[in-house]
Design a protein around this ligand. Structure first.
Ligand SMILES: NC(=O)c1ccc[n+]([C@@H]2O[C@H](COP(=O)([O-])OP(=O)(O)OC[C@H]3O[C@@H](n4cnc5c(N)ncnc54)[C@H](O)[C@@H]3O)[C@@H](O)[C@H]2O)c1
Ligand SMILES: O=C[C@H](O)CS(=O)(=O)O
Length: 480
């Protein structure tokens, strides 16, 4: 690769092979707090997407990287990211509108994702098959091999633009694939940091190709190209469904939305529960797919829990994401903030009560707690993707688990309790891909298997698990 170093604020092109391709049609990425343009990026045309896939396919066919080289490159990328942490966090904070503290946290996690993926490059292996006792299997030895798929189409969302891209690209490379990546347009600036880090870490050109532009066009062109062997998508359930329906017999991994339930039992450490529900529910202004959204608190603990939750929430500092003390910044757009406020207002008109928050200033929504909510209110049954917590009460734990499961989503859930039996009842009862005990549903360590059931998706991420779904199992039988 011989791509010039990015100076955000300047024009950037598409990254196809060793070229940075500029075109006439462009879009801008803005600072979500100040509105300042931080990057102007070329929009890919259909031909560009085709060329990117061709480049990725040719690179795959001529792949010259050994697993050990992939390990070295990804490890080096993790080290370079550590050195460039502040610069990358600054771009993420501005393009998403998340606080600089949260952006640094995202970079720390991305370092882990790159390093974990580098380790996986050394471990890709099949297994010996126990076929000896099968009729006709005399003198045969069977084993499996894990083969790369080819070109992976990676489509990523706006909210964790850097780490979620690392979760797709790094395991795909570790497994020997090549990638065509389409990031979300609103947060496409940080993509250039990742491209440059991979380049500086020694990744040859053609392994990761970047095509930018709208999902409806660029994403769809990528979807239509049958040379792409697999799509790995993170985003909304609506687009996930579209991708599944339009990818034919090709494979897909889908990481989709959630309206995460969290149960607070009467025996829980209420200080811990209130703190984690507030901090993790409002992190990135609630724009995380595992953000605490629906809280079910035992009737006996309602008053104490709500008062702690309210007090922590009202102490959060809302404002400029680049200031160190800020806890909550704007949503991704004013339109999204309006939608969130409309949902709050609608819930109130249906009988909900605002405990705190419920105000909007431009793209900022004040952290909001609602009580007296019903399951058919949008703030409960849909994914809010904003800084809104709903609090309902229960008297019987079975009732709480049933209410928590009364949703089309199933990504992660949380329970706070000091009773091991209650915890295990919830672990078994929650219909979600992951259950977090004595932490909020928002907990994610990048090494763990992560993904949902029901409308929350198909497949698991976390480098070790992503490598499994980014490879094909080949069965080999030797007749000796
Ligand atoms: N489960 C997870 O790991 C996870 C992580 C982050 C976000 N999310 C979910 O993502 C959503 C928010 O992110 P978003 O608004 O960026 O999601 P989105 O679905 O609107 O967009 C995600 C990506 O898909 C692209 N896209 C849109 N239409 C497309 C099409 N027709 N064909 C191909 N690509 C298309 C977009 O341009 C973007 O790059 C929320 O629902 C959130 O829960 C899930
Ligand atoms: O938005 C959903 C993300 O998966 C949350 S996280 O970045 O993985 O914690």
């Amino acid at each position: 690769m011989s791509i010039s170093k990015s100076q955000l604020g300047s024009h950037r092109g598409l990254i196809i092979g060793d070229q940075e391709i500029f075109g006439e049609s462009e879009f801008t990425v803005k600072d979500k707090f100040s509105g300042e343009v931080i990057a102007t990026i070329t929009k890919a045309g259909k031909k560009d997407v085709e060329n990117a896939v061709t480049e990725a396919l040719n690179t795959f066919h001529n792949d010259e990287l050994t697993p050990y080289q992939r390990y070295e490159i990804l490890k080096k990328a993790g080290e370079l990211l550590k050195e460039r942490k502040e610069q990358v966090a600054f771009t993420i904070a501005r393009e998403v509108g998340k606080t600089i503290k949260d952006a640094r946290g995202e970079v720390d996690r991305a370092i882990q994702t790159l390093i974990l993926s580098s380790e996986e490059a050394k471990r890709i292996a099949g297994e010996e098959l126990p076929i000896a006792a099968s009729p006709g299997a005399e003198n045969r030895v069977g084993f499996t091999m894990r083969m790369p798929i080819g070109v992976i189409g990676a489509i990523t969302p706006f909210n964790f633009p850097f780490n979620l891209a690392c979760h797709k690209i790094a395991p795909a490379l570790a497994a020997g694939n090549t990638v065509v990546w389409k990031p979300a347009t609103t947060t496409a600036a940080s993509a250039y940091h990742l491209i440059e880090i991979l380049q500086d870490a020694g990744l040859p050109s053609g392994y990761v190709n970047l095509v930018c532009g709208s999902g409806a066009q660029v994403g769809d062109w990528l979807l239509q190209d049958e040379r792409v062997g697999k799509y790995t998508f993170t985003g909304s359930a609506e687009v996930g469904r579209y991708i599944k329906e339009n990818s034919g017999l090709r494979k897909v991994s889908l990481e989709l939305g959630n309206n995460s339930p969290n149960i607070v039992h009467h025996d829980a450490d209420l200080d811990l529960a209130a703190k984690l529900c507030a901090l993790k529910g409002f992190n990135t202004s609630g724009q995380a797919c595992i953000s605490v959204q629906r809280i079910y608190v035992h009737k006996q603990a309602e008053e104490a829990f709500l008062s702690k939750l309210k007090s922590i929430t009202e102490n959060l500092k809302v404002g400029n994401p680049l200031e160190e003390e800020t806890d909550i910044g704007p949503l991704i757009s004013e339109g999204e903030a309006e939608r969130v406020i409309n949902w709050i207002d609608e819930a109130v008109s249906q009988g909900a009560e605002i405990v705190t928050g419920g105000k909007r200033d431009g793209a900022i929504v004040t952290p909001t707690i609602l009580k007296k909510v019903e399951n058919d209110m949008k703030v409960v049954c849909e994914e809010v993707f904003g800084p809104v917590l709903t609090v309902s009460t229960y008297e019987d734990i079975n009732e709480a688990i049933e209410a928590a499961n009364n949703t089309d989503y199933g990504l992660q859930s949380g329970i706070f309790t000091t009773d091991l039996n209650i915890a295990m009842k919830a672990v078994k009862g929650f219909k979600t891909g992951g259950v977090i005990v004595n932490d909020a549903s928002t907990f994610r360590a990048d090494a763990m298997p992560y993904g949902g059931i029901k409308n929350s998706g198909i497949g698991r991420e976390g480098p070790r698990y992503a490598v499994e779904v980014l490879t094909e199992l080949k069965t080999v039988i030797l007749n000796l």
